[in-house]
Design a protein around this ligand. Sequence first.
Ligand SMILES: NC(=O)c1ccc[n+]([C@@H]2O[C@H](COP(=O)([O-])OP(=O)(O)OC[C@H]3O[C@@H](n4cnc5c(N)ncnc54)[C@H](O)[C@@H]3O)[C@@H](O)[C@H]2O)c1
Length: 252
Amino acid sequence: MRFANRVVIVTGAGSGIGRATAVEFAREGAKVIAADVDVESGKQTVMSIKNEGGESSFVHVDMSFFESVQQLVTKTKERYGKLDVMFNNAGVSVKQRCNVLELPHEEYHRIVNINQHGIFFGIQAAGNAMKESGGVIINTASIYAFMADRGAFPYHASKAAVVGMTRSAALDLARYNIRVAGIAPGLVDTGIVAEWKDNPDIWRKIERAHMRGKAGQPGEVAKVVTFLASDDASFMNGHVFCVDDGAAAFKR
Ligand SMILES: NC(=O)c1ccc[n+]([C@@H]2O[C@H](COP(=O)([O-])OP(=O)(O)OC[C@H]3O[C@@H](n4cnc5c(N)ncnc54)[C@H](O)[C@@H]3O)[C@@H](O)[C@H]2O)c1
């Protein structure tokens, strides 16, 4: 029960890594605000937590608007009186692979608004809420912050930015006793990669890039996030850690 009496926000809590992590935080005693742009799925996460006897509420958020993210943090403080952990996890991928030379600007902005600006908004709103009492902010990047695949320019751009923002924010927020760290998942079996899964050849090729030859499960990532957010990780700050079964560690 490492999070007993702690208040945790999970963004992108309606699905995949966010849902698994929200459930895991609640199992460890946290009061969890499950935030998502998708109301139905976010409320389902709350139901799962409550069915296990945990404490959770849903708050709608669109991470691409600062006002929405600020409201999320304000509502959290109104409901539970404080904020201890912010898991900035919501993200989207490219709709269609496209060479950077033909990339529509709307698609670039759509992804950067959520994956990059959303993380900035989350860091700023949560950081201000934690200034007096300290806290932990965990950001979700990707191994695609460190390596490139064809036709996914805005995803790579936004995830590399998460690494830089994590370092910079850790430095700025250390004086307030706020740790900032990140995770860089490899292939995890969630909705964001459903398109690949529909194509068995591509799916198997990507799976083979992982040392055990298969995708990770959201629960395996959730365990790392709760560790990083816990006091057990008090000496871990400013870095983004690969959670990828070695996929970014060797040549394919
Ligand atoms: N699954 C993978 O292989 C993988 C690999 C590396 C990184 N990631 C990252 O992990 C994070 C979680 O993704 P996932 O794999 O669980 O995918 P997912 O699609 O299952 O979950 C993403 C969640 O984010 C929510 N979301 C999307 N836009 C939002 C917005 N504007 N505001 C609030 N919520 C929004 C979605 O509704 C969804 O519930 C993302 O940042 C993703 O880039 C995933």
